[in-house]
Design a binder for this molecule. Structure first.
Ligand SMILES: [Fe+2]
Ligand SMILES: [Fe+2]
Length: 434
């Protein structure tokens, strides 16, 4: 939650995360020649090209019925990169897309990466894509477009995967997708990494999602830890902004900070709560966002409205700080009236590293007509055991001391069901709205 860390811990994280990235890299993402060659020359070339499709990721787009974005990192420049698209189980390529070079420099490193949008897709259709460069080609990766009238889909929800060792994040995410292979999309509600400038943490974070983020689209949410530099000073979240090319919000100063998208019959609004970290460097984030938010929530025609954001709407007491009162956070005071006005169904938050189901709240009190507020816990190894005092609005609190958790959200025509699980698969909570 806070930025008070010690240098020694940070260096330890870097060492661990760097090691994990080296171990996990390479063979998972390797380009390979098609068909596979057996000779030494080909093996040498494949080895060389192993580093050319690292951290391959699918990202949500504004229109997930007809488009899908992919991004990936490459160790050296690609000479003629192309993304090949075909229907699932087809042998012939339907379309080729030329990616943009979206390389950037951060943490003293040049991050070479590419980004492409596959467009003109048919809704609710199974495809495969592959990355080609000259005569080398990657594996084929399946994906499926959503459908406007699609009544059913499932989404995995994680938050606060920030860690000193990303193996817990790997275990939570990999076990979640094993238990819920039906998940079509996933999110992480911010503090993806502990230090937003530390490239080795980003590599470990991506590596932990092998077989997930390359298969289903990711909807990222920015947290405060994305906005810290290596000296734990606030900075613009260069890493986050460059790794995730999210839907355009038409902002000139805060592009990719906040955004919205439709999936099935749900309108997802991703709100940025990092005003505190950003305002001294670039003022005006919340003021601009509020205008956008009013319009976004007002104009959507989707059946369900779900908000994803990092900081929570409630303020919790902490026993060792008696002056801190129970109530509503600055974000809650500002945003809850808007959520009520625009009939938001569900608000999902993180940041406090504790799972709390507060039920439906309207005008500060429990009321079935208000939005459902779920504070999701954590999916990394930064734990605040027994830190928070229970809030009068809490309905379900995770057992203390707290371990990781994740949620699966099943959306249908008539209801949305959220189930919260501990890492071992034990169900902690279940909530349905209709
Ligand atoms: Fe956090
Ligand atoms: Fe946070």
């Amino acid at each position: 939650m806070t930025k008070n860390k010690k240098i020694s811990r940070r260096n330890f994280i870097r060492l661990l995360a760097g090691t994990a990235a080296i171990v996990a890299g390479g063979s998972l993402w390797g380009l390979r020649k098609t068909p596979l060659g057996r000779d030494l020359e080909t093996q040498a070339r494949n080895l060389l090209q192993d580093k050319q499709t690292q951290y391959l990721r699918q990202l949500v787009t504004e229109d997930n019925n007809h488009t899908r974005r992919i991004m990936w990192a490459a160790e050296s420049p690609m000479t003629n990169p192309q993304v090949c698209l075909r229907g699932q189980a087809e042998s012939s390529i339907r379309q080729l897309f030329v990616p943009k070079d979206v390389s950037f420099t951060d943490d003293g490193e040049n991050h070479r990466q590419y980004s492409a949008v596959m467009d003109n897709l048919n809704p609710d259709t199974a495809y495969e894509f592959s990355i080609r460069d000259g005569d080398a080609q990657s594996d084929w990766y399946p994906f499926r477009t959503s459908a406007e009238d699609k009544s059913k889909f499932s989404m995995l929800i994680f938050t606060d995967s920030q860690s000193s060792d990303y193996s817990d994040w790997r275990n939570v995410a990999q076990n979640a997708i094993k238990r819920h292979p039906e998940a079509e999309i996933f999110t992480n509600l911010g503090d993806l990494v502990d230090n937003g400038e530390d490239s080795s943490q980003w590599r470990a974070w991506f590596s932990a999602l092998d077989g997930i983020i390359d298969k289903i689209p990711f909807a990222p949410v920015m947290g405060n830890h994305e906005c810290y530099d290596r000296n734990w000073q606030e900075r613009l979240p260069e890493g986050y902004l460059n790794y995730f090319e999210v839907p355009d919000n038409k902002s000139t100063g805060f592009g990719r900070y906040y955004y919205s998208f439709d999936y099935g019959q749900v309108h997802f609004t991703v709100i940025n709560t990092q005003e505190e970290e950003i305002r001294d460097i670039r003022p005006g984030l919340m003021e601009e966002q509020l205008k956008w938010l009013e319009n976004d929530l007002n104009t959507t025609k989707q059946k369900w409205k779900i908000v994803l954001m990092h900081r929570d709407v409630l303020q919790y007491r902490i026993s060792r700080i008696p002056e801190r009162k129970e109530g509503f956070s600055p974000e809650g005071i500002l945003l809850m009236p808007l959520f009520e006005k625009h009939h938001v169904n569900i608000v999902l938050t993180g940041h406090l590293h504790t799972y709390r189901n507060r039920g439906h709240i309207l005008q500060g009190e429990h009321n079935a007509h208000g939005p459902l507020y779920l504070l999701c816990g954590l999916s990394g190894n930064v734990r605040y055991d027994n830190l928070w005092t229970d809030h009068a609005l809490d309905k379900v609190v995770a057992p203390q001391p707290e371990t990781d958790n994740y949620l699966i959200m099943d959306v249908s025509d008539s209801e949305i069901t959220l189930r919260c699980f501990l890492p071992d698969g034990k169900q902690l909570d279940e909530i349905s709205i209709s």
